[in-house]
Design a protein around this ligand. Sequence first.
Ligand code: NAD
Length: 352
Amino acid sequence: MKILITGGAGFIGSAVVRLAISRGHSVINVDVLTYAACLGNLEPVAHNNNYIFEKVDICDREALNTIFAKHSPDVVMHLAAESHVDNSISDPKVFVETNIFGTFNLLECSRNFLKEHNIPKEHFKFHHISTDEVFGDLGHLDSTESKKPKYFTEDSNYQPSSPYSASKASSDHLVRSWSRTFGLQYILTNCSNNYGPYHHPEKLIPKTILNAINAKKIPIYGKGNQIRDWLYVDDHADALISLIESNIVNESFNIGGNNEIKNIDLVYSICSLVEKCYPAESNKLMQESNMKNYSDLISFIDDRPGHDLRYAIDPSKIKQQIGWSPANNIETGLRKTVKWYISNQDWLNFYT
Ligand code: NAD
């Protein structure tokens, strides 16, 4: 298949590009290269004959029209977005522009492309990659609930809390409406928190690993009681590619790893994994700061406004319909991730 992937220089997008090419697909990566992008993530495929990079802003309709006409994709996998919740609180405008207006542009370009080239609607699909954060907050796990906890299903109500999740929720609604009104075939996926190699250093897991190695404070919001359901990024990429390879259209799927963990417990686990790979007593920076344990670097900071307490996914629909399940659990995935960051510190040079 010829797949136009937006945001392919980002964390998840680059994992999808690498996997799509390894499965024999052709990829056109459309990315404007914001601060979050890293071309280093694409080095394994940069010279592959099935890979093309186009530096284009999804908010630029004319440039997008040219890309569609030039490459005639069979599928769009739309991952380009502003993705960091903290940034959406300090500067929400670009979230509305990229996540809502950018998605609108792509939908319109897809629709016009089919019309102008007389391509039957059944020969094209639009896969929109979204987040579980659109469903809002599952709240505290109290003693009665812990026996029968709630999970997000494909039928959960939309109740976004942050400008980021509200912009993603809006884009989800646009995608469904373009299908219902204009007949554009879609797949919509809402995934839990991803982690793994090539994750931008601003995010919790890489920041914890890198701050530990560099003997810097490890900041945690509030008391670190927030619960997230973590999925190893290559497992997410596998789910996404498997869905577009299937015949399923006009359905949404929740994707998650059944790996719920409190932020504070996650950070302690990372500290002990870093200790195993790079003992604090052999780390010059830790010695210079008179620090014995990586966990001594943990520092609690004011909680994020509107911070959701718990997200958790029920992934049974995707398991039943295409037989997908994650190959990694949080132990195996975190071990690989910590090792990768310790062995690939040069990768950070791509950001400077
Ligand atoms: P990311 O921030 O790492 O990458 C986003 C990419 O989009 C970057 O390469 C950036 O340059 C590109 N981009 C941004 N604005 C653009 C524009 N106007 N035009 C073209 N390209 C643009 O994001 P990520 O973590 O890889 O997330 C990818 C998608 O998956 C997002 O849509 C996000 O909402 C969704 N998602 C992320 C997670 C997660 O845990 N990271 C979980 C579920 C869903």
